[in-house]
Design a protein around this ligand. Structure first.
Ligand code: ATP
Length: 207
């Protein structure tokens, strides 16, 4: 039987329970052997607009997020590859290393509108079955040959959580304690009255 992989890419700055809910639902509903939470090295659509937390810190947070979660794996493949993180390159790399695997690319509904602007987006659809998960506030219909996966709605974003962390507000409801411990240990998202991520460096490989 060919292996069935879910590819769930993101900036994960920081990772939150919305991400876990998506990965678990994909694993269980699609019967996936593994869901790879692929940490973007340089999220090229976001990095020109804001300082992004260094990739090594985001990877450490995702590793904490998936600890003890069966079948959910933190992947550093885009960090190892370096440069801007193109999903098409990630899928090609997986295809090369796991020739007969069945690949599912999991994206939130907030990304449906923008998807055609992704690097080689048509090729992405040839390499993987695209699965769209619902996200509160987003309604764009997926393309006809895509799958829709219903997950328990969790109305949170990393943007909101960065703001909460900076202001010292409680994040318990949305960030598991293992990830909070990593944030504390690495001194991330500190309250400084300014954009704290810029004080701790940014991703190195901007385009
Ligand atoms: P930011 O607010 O910084 O843009 P984000 O919360 O959207 O971040 P990402 O790391 O960019 O998080 O998201 C990775 C993937 O997870 C994307 O496919 C995104 O659509 C999906 N996703 C993130 N949060 C949710 C959520 N609450 N419900 C469903 N999907 C989500």
């Amino acid at each position: 039987m060919p292996q069935r992989f879910g590819v769930f890419g993101g900036t994960f700055d920081p990772p939150h329970l919305g991400h876990v809910a998506v990965a678990r639902a994909a694993r269980d509903t699609l019967g996936l052997d593994r869901v790879l939470l692929v940490v973007a090295n340089d999220p090229w659509k976001k990095s020109p607009e804001r300082a992004v937390t260094p990739a090594a810190d985001r990877l450490a947070m995702v590793e904490a997020l998936v600890t003890g979660e069966s079948g959910l794996v933190a992947s550093d493949m885009e960090i190892r590859r370096g440069g801007p993180s193109y999903t098409v390159a990630t899928l090609r790399e997986l295809r090369a290393s796991h020739g007969d695997a069945v690949l599912y690319l999991i994206i939130g509904r907030d990304l449906v509108d923008d998807f055609p602007t992704w690097h080689e987006s048509v090729e992405i659809g040839r390499l993987a079955t695209i699965v769209v998960v619902n996200r509160p506030g987003f309604v764009t219909d997926p393309q006809r040959d895509w799958k829709m996966l219903v997950v328990p709605p969790i109305d949170i974003s990393s943007t909101q959580l960065r703001e909460r962390l900076r202001s010292g507000a409680d994040v318990q409801e949305f960030i598991p304690s293992s990830v909070q411990a990593t944030i504390r240990e690495r001194g991330l998202y500190r309250t400084t009255g300014t954009d704290s991520t810029s004080l701790h460096g940014t991703t190195t490989n901007r385009t």
